[in-house]
Write a protein that binds this ligand. Structure first.
Ligand code: N7H
Length: 471
């Protein structure tokens, strides 16, 4: 087992900062790197390292491929980054691969799309409350040097009971990083190299890591295996950012209409259908452990699997959001292999909601009767991994948007899948819930979530950040 250099790892990789609920994500452009060095060094000193527990505020920073170029990282070093970072999220092939077509088309995005201005850096600000956040924001904006410009401030919002906008508790299931003090079941403990560069991954190998040619400044970085190079990736990670708008009215209206009897609301069935699509009840309780009703005593429960008690998906449908994005032990191989395979496609989720909640309580019936649907709301989905291709992109392509996953027929993730594939004649979402030998199949599921922005970033370790400031 590796000991992790937590003092050199940016804190947000290791922790979600639940105690710092206020946050802004600042998208920056680097127009000239003349005065970037001293600024970046200052930022490196302000970054919250992973060995500290912040109490009032925290700051973290990451760069896109073009951002690293704008900093002046030499071409030979740029070539050592993975293609996913270089190509970004919006090449024509990637659009098809990720489900970013039709209503998700990047040409309609607010940022990160081909018609938006290039994003170079992401400054992530977290604080205890709105006032502290505003102070931190003002301080950071004033600190920006000539040549570095704020493109957009992405604000976030705090929803009650750790819920997201549809009214479900979020941020429950996370892999535990091997080597940290937190203990967990072996099934949920994942090699550090799946999330942090410079450590062994699930294949017992070191993930590919970017390197720089040896210079006096680079000698502060660990030596890399290739002669005369230093490891720029060590203690860093890749960050996937997707701004995902949630159509809350459409979501609950669909659940309502699909379960109403003679036009009468059936609240119980309505919530149950939504829970079946999610795989958890609004409280967070896993539906495979409490199949008939919500049970808030299980709101943080994450120690469950599907194979022994729910192999057919009678409780938690095979196509539900959480079963698709982490099938755990339910893959069509032996139990041990299934867990091993699932754990090669895990991500550390660090998202935050944005926009005004439809109502304070976020209770389904209250959401439905609410009149406050104006404005945009959704999730700033963020996740860390060391292989964007094998982790985030695989989940998105092979699981979320795979119409034949686990022998399902033309169904995609009911919450985030895109059913408008150019070659798909139906343009309709389907979702089946097996019940006692019969399969109930719902159709015409509209898009509940629309992608509105996104980019891939490299989040360097703190020493690597100092190195970047010397370019
Ligand atoms: Fe999902 N939601 O609130 O509806 N997600 N997700 N997600 N998601 C999860 O377990 C949601 C998205 C995963 O290990 C829960 O913490 C929404 C993307 C994974 O059991 C809820 C959006 C991807 C898990 C949501 C969204 C994932 C997970 C249950 C976008 C990856 C853990 C609470 C707007 C490509 C699965 C919890 C496991 C859980 C919601 C996006 C992945 C409630 C609203 C893009 C791996």
């Amino acid at each position: 087992m590796n000991t992790l250099d937590t003092h050199d790892i940016q804190g947000i990789i290791l922790k979600g900062y639940a105690q710092l609920p206020a946050s802004h994500f600042l998208l920056l452009a680097i127009d000239s790197n003349n005065q970037v060095g001293p600024w970046l060094q200052k930022v490196a000193e302000q970054v919250m390292p992973g060995n500290r527990k912040p109490t009032t505020q925290a700051l973290n920073i990451a760069f896109t491929y073009t951002g690293l170029q704008a900093l002046g990282l030499p071409a030979d070093a740029m070539q050592t980054f993975p293609l996913e970072l270089e190509d970004g999220m919006t090449t024509p092939h990637k659009q098809l691969f990720l489900g970013d077509f039709d209503y998700n088309d990047p040409r309609k995005w607010h940022w990160g799309g081909p018609t938006n201005e290039p994003v170079h850096a992401l400054l992530m600000l977290y604080a205890l409350d709105e006032d502290t956040l505003d102070e931190l924001y003002q301080q950071q904006v004033q600190q920006l040097p000539t040549g570095v410009r704020l493109i957009k401030k992405l604000e976030t919002s705090v929803l009650s009971k750790r819920k997201e906008h549809f009214g479900f508790r979020d941020g429950i299931a996370q892999p535990t990083i091997e080597g940290l003090s937190r203990t967990d079941t072996p099934e949920n403990t994942v090699a550090a190299g799946e999330f942090i560069l410079g450590y062994k991954n699930s294949y017992q190998q070191y993930p590919d890591s970017p390197v720089v040619t040896s210079t006096p400044a680079a000698t502060h970085l660990p030596e890399a295996t290739t002669n005369n190079t230093h490891d720029l990736g060590k203690n860093g990670s890749y960050l996937v950012f997707r701004q995902m708008e949630q159509n809350v009215q459409q979501f609950w209206q669909y659940m309502h209409d699909a379960t109403a009897e003679n036009g009468e609301t059936n609240a119980e069935e309505m919530i149950k259908l939504a829970a079946k699509m999610m795989g958890r009840w609004p409280s967070g309780a896993p539906i495979c452990l409490s199949p008939d009703k919500d049970d808030s005593s299980m709101e943080n429960h994450d120690s469950f699997a599907y194979r022994a008690s729910d192999s057919e998906g009678l409780k938690c449908p095979i196509g539900s959001h959480i079963r698709r994005t982490n099938p755990r032990d339910a893959m069509d191989v032996d139990l041990k292999t299934s867990i091993e395979i699932s754990n090669k496609h895990r991500i550390l989720r660090r998202g935050r909601s944005y926009g005004k909640p439809v109502c304070e309580s976020l209770e389904p019936s209250e959401i439905l009767s609410s009149k406050n649907f104006e404005g945009e709301r959704g999730l700033h989905f963020l996740c860390f991994n060391t292989s964007i291709a094998r982790q985030f992109e695989f989940i998105q392509n092979a699981w979320v948007n795979n119409p034949k996953l686990f022998n399902l027929n033309n169904e995609r993730d009911p919450i985030i899948g895109n059913n408008h594939h150019p070659e798909d004649e139906h343009k309709s979402g389907f979702f089946s819930t097996p019940r006692n030998g019969l399969r109930k199949r719902l159709s015409n599921i509209p898009p509940f979530v629309t992608v509105k922005g996104g980019a891939y970033f490299f989040m360097p370790g703190i020493k690597a950040l100092s190195y970047l400031s010397t370019l």
